[in-house]
Design a binder for this molecule. Structure first.
Ligand code: GLP
Length: 240
């Protein structure tokens, strides 16, 4: 594992953007990308670099890691809408370049199969960028989930449902299920970049840093990956 510790939000965003920019130098790069607060700074930095002509997404392909079931692409609380707001619209990516989960697909199993087909057609994921759930989840692979599955429908844990409730400010019924790339997809990516920010992630982070695989902490599955980079935004108390 390559570990990069950063001290400020700008440094954290810049380090994450650097890893993504390095992959972008290779044409036809395929990315799996996270939503959430953690990657927002990196996405803004990539948009800034793209506008300055320093990076180009012209031949890149992006996939969303996960989505809440029941939410259409246009729903402002969907991860698809997040990706539109932070990357797709500001970068001017075409529809063809971004495969987003259809949370409102009538047949969710068929949606998973379609997602796998689209991934396969692109030749698989070159760089999989991940955030970290407070409970150690990666994408929507919740504690206790199997590590040998690809795209699937998942029952959301109580803590993830609580996060959803906060995000939607109680404005709608809480989603009970999600669509997600499986841990097998994440481990099959050629490179993995895990972004860790926030004191509330410390238990999950520590489980990873202990270096022992544990199904109760899905993030520890990444210990199996030979090309894992972790970028952490350190709180000032434990900064390097
Ligand atoms: C959600 C997403 C994850 C994301 C996590 C962390 O649960 N399904 O893919 O990594 O939130 O979110 P944040 O970065 O806001 O802490």
């Amino acid at each position: 594992m390559r570990l990069i510790k950063t001290r400020t939000a700008d440094e954290f965003a810049g380090a994450a953007a650097d890893v993504i920019a390095e992959q972008l130098r290779r044409p036809q790069s395929v990315f799996a990308l996270p939503t959430g607060n953690t990657p927002i700074g990196a996405y803004a930095e990539l948009v800034r670099r793209a506008r300055a002509g320093l990076v180009s997404f012209a031949t890149a392909q992006i996939f969303n890691l996960d989505e809440y079931c029941g939410l259409p692409l246009a729903d402002p609380h969907s991860y698809a809408a997040f990706m539109h707001m932070h990357l797709i619209a500001p970068l001017g990516l075409s529809e063809r370049q971004a495969r987003l989960w259809r949370g409102d697909a009538p047949d969710l199993e068929a949606e998973c199969r379609d997602y796998e087909t689209a991934l396969g057609a692109c030749g698989g994921i070159d760089l999989c960028v991940l955030g970290l759930g407070t409970n150690g989840h990666i994408a929507f692979n919740e504690p206790g989930s199997a590590w040998d599955v690809r795209s699937h429908v998942v029952a959301l844990s109580p803590s993830t449902r609580a996060q959803y409730e906060r995000e939607t400010a109680g404005s709608r019924e809480v989603a009970t299920h999600g669509l997600t790339l499986g841990i097998r997809n994440l481990l099959e990516a050629r490179r993995v970049l895990l972004l860790i920010a926030g004191a509330h992630k410390s238990a999950a982070r520590d489980a990873l840093y202990r270096g022992a695989e544990n199904v109760d902490w899905p993030v520890t599955s990444l210990l199996r990956h030979a090309a894992l980079t972790v970028i952490e935004l350190c709180e000032s108390a434990d900064a390097p």
